[in-house]
Design a protein around this ligand. Structure first.
Ligand code: NAD
Length: 349
């Protein structure tokens, strides 16, 4: 299998293949770029169909972390780890310990955090072996007392980003009366919906699990719609907070919203869908810019947690987005492309 010639390899600094016979660990750790600091990124466990899929995923994700952290003005580089295996059946204490030893051997060049298939408890276990783990501290905040969970910070960042987009696209400072469709009422989506409701917005919500939907209906006066009908709602903002690749050939023509701004990673199915949105006059808020609250939260945990400083830093998402929107307008380019250029300017400096 080729690695260096993969398009996803881009200019990775280091890719480490790790194995441990006793626990069955097979993992790949990728450090994309460490110009701004150690490479921080989640540790994902997934039953990949092939080793090539795992390599591609870790390369793509670690590169994405470099852009996200640089854009958020963090002194962090981009990295990621993937463990090949089913987290429900293959994740053992021994495997996590072997993974922690592999991370420790990198001497802090890579710092791990939870991701799909791993949780804060796993990270706490690994922290007993290596100090190079983040996102595990219990900390108070007015966005919830939590153990490592970055979701409240992510949701607040998305709220800030929606305010910026609404100001830019609709010329409005207030969210009162704004109509927002939230796809996915999970950890981030529900929290975001609460903030939007408190700001006077009207909500339309969809999920594949009914429990949270009923909470949103009862507590936030949200209108519940079927999962496949959320795109076509007559709203101002569509906020994807469920899964990736939701902006595609099938969904974009259905959108009535003038703004797409949500927490999901990799919302554009392909880069060309950013052009499609622009041509339709829809303001797309680049996902990794608006959903950076979580990584900002983890960063503040590392530098010494101060809630006011965290909130100020997350509020910076507003100015980041205004810079992107302005340049995108001047250069007549999609917002996602402009975000990448600005991030590169920051980490290649
Ligand atoms: P979550 O699993 O708590 O919530 C996702 C919700 O989406 C669930 O309630 C799920 O039932 C629902 N869902 C799944 N498929 C759906 C579909 N087809 N239609 C409607 N709803 C559907 O996840 P989360 O932590 O809230 O994260 C939401 C998104 O934001 C994810 O894409 C995640 O990668 C991204 N993100 C999260 C964070 C964070 O701090 N949690 C940070 C950055 C990005």
């Amino acid at each position: 299998m080729a690695v260096f010639s993969l398009s996803d390899f881009a200019d990775h600094e280091q890719v480490v293949f790790c194995s441990d016979e006793k626990s069955g660990l097979r993992a790949i750790i990728a450090v994309h770029n460490s110009n701004l600091g150690p490479a921080l990124g989640g540790c994902r466990m997934w039953a990949y169909a092939s080793e090539e899929d795992a390599v591609r995923d870790v390369l793509r994700l670690s590169r994405g972390m470099t852009y996200k952290s640089a854009m958020a003005r963090l002194k962090l580089g981009g990295g990621k780890a993937v463990v090949i295996g089913n987290p429900r059946t293959d994740k053992t204490r021994q495997l996590l310990q072997a993974l922690a030893r592999a991370i420790d051997r990198l001497n802090g060049r890579y710092i791990a955090a939870e991701d799909s298939g791993t949780c804060v408890a796993d990270m706490k276990l690994m922290r007993q072996i290596t100090p190079h783990i983040a996102g595990i501290e219990d900390k108070p905040s007015d966005i919830g007392m939590r153990s490592g969970d970055p979701s409240p910070a992510t949701a607040y960042g998305v709220f800030v980003g929606i305010r910026a987009a609404v100001k830019d696209k609709l010329g409005r400072d207030s969210l009162a009366g704004l109509r927002v469709a939230v796809q996915g009422i999970g950890n981030v989506g529900f929290d975001l919906a609460c903030q939007l409701h408190a700001a006077g917005a009207s909500l339309w919500v969809a999920d594949i699990h009914p429990q949270q939907l009923l909470r949103a209906r009862d507590e936030l006066a949200a209108t519940v719609v079927a999962a496949d009908e959320i795109y076509a709602q007559d709203v101002d903002v569509f906020a994807p907070c469920a899964l990736g690749a939701v902006l595609n050939d099938k969904t974009i023509p259905q959108l009535k919203a003038q703004v797409v701004a949500g927490a999901s990673n990799n919302q554009l199915a392909e880069t060309r869908h950013g052009v499609d949105l622009m041509n339709r006059g829809i303001l797309y808020v680049p996902d990794y810019v608006i959903n950076a609250g979580g990584i900002i939260d983890i960063y503040h945990e590392r530098i010494g947690f101060d809630r006011a400083a965290l909130v100020r830093h997350i509020d910076g998402i507003y100015d980041n987005l205004m810079e992107i929107f302005e340049r995108a307008r001047q250069e007549e380019r999609p917002t996602g492309e402009v975000a990448d250029v600005i991030a590169e300017e920051r980490f290649r400096r």
